[in-house]
Design a binder for this molecule. Sequence first.
Ligand SMILES: [Zn+2]
Length: 442
Amino acid sequence: MPPAPRPVDLRIDARWIAPVEPPGVLADHALIVDDGRVVAMLPGADASAAYSPRQTVVRPSHLVIPGLVNAHAHSAMSLMRGIADDVALQPWLEQHIWPCESRFVSPEFVRDGTLLACAEMIRSGITTCSDMYFYPDAAAGAYDAAGLRAVVGVPILDFATRYAATAEDYLMHGLAARDAWRHAPLLSFALAPHAPYTVSDATFTRALTYARQLDLPLETHLAETRDEVDSARAATGATTLGRLDRLGVTGPDFIAIHGVHLDATDIARLAAHGCHVVHCPASNMKLASGIAPVAALLQAGVNVALGTDGAASNNRLDILSEMRLACLLAKVSTGDAATLPAAEALAMATINGARALGLDRVTGSLQPGKDADLVAVDLAALPLQPVFDPVSHLVHVADRSCVSDVWVRGARILADGALTTLDEAAIRAQALVWQQRLLTSS
Ligand SMILES: [Zn+2]
């Protein structure tokens, strides 16, 4: 007699599955999930013989992919979406964002803004977000409520804000938040000195010491604008990456966000040290910062992930659209249409992001034993027909309205297009309250 089918939590019958590792597409397979983890992907008849699921979800026109990783965001800034369009980075920060933050940012602002961002990200197929903002304790609470996986960045600056007075204060507040959330299964922390132009050598060195002792990733905005790199050269004789390299910051736990203005030496350094770069194409284009040398970074062997940056400079939190922009920018900037095929963009949006954040053993691809962070994308709509290559369609044709279901660690947080963990009406109402406050103060 054949063995009785093994009871499992969930079976998803999908038209296509793109596991990312290995590359390629499985057609008409079932994905088996138990106890929050991927168990197997196999043809339907084999699945019926081997497994007895407590729940079956049939997705006959869908592509199932690993949950998307947004490797850089400032989630609470969603409450400032659209308040300052059409300005470059420095005036955007100095004349718009920092004055607004100095008046309004509070734990309540961060919680409400992060919940708004979580709702948008879940609807966009994002299951992991690497965040960097004030009051990380409040942000952690929002991610926990949403059931979203997050790497909460501990912000560090050398100037005082409502949140903290000194660099040491920023560190201590952030580490206290980390301690408070140490048992939350979907949360981890990183140290996030803001940028080379807002953080001194001494503060970078201090952050590095903590990062190494606590085994945390260290992330910073880097080489985002030409001005930043030129000023660094004038002041230190080195590029901003060269300056951080002298301090010993570069290493396999270092995440350089943006990396728009990197020279060949910088790229070789990043590759030699096993560093990671987070490419944020929409934000870089909107602030007119430039085009990151993604093709050269990938060719050098640097792990490149994708991020949205905050909604105040994007203005959306949508990794599906970042994938497409990354492909198009890489092609047009190199003059080579073969650069950055769709499958490579999908890897950047999933496993590369997980690797940058130190989560690649847990998420980023559909391999047995990894957490079941999954997204179902419906490719049935007329503008997507015909479907020759579902991964190409995911990157170049589908948009986030096609995302039907999202699971994080096996928990379904978007079911048939409905959020299951968040109260959309309450989030919308709070966004309107904050909009009124921001408007009446301007
Ligand atoms: Zn940023």
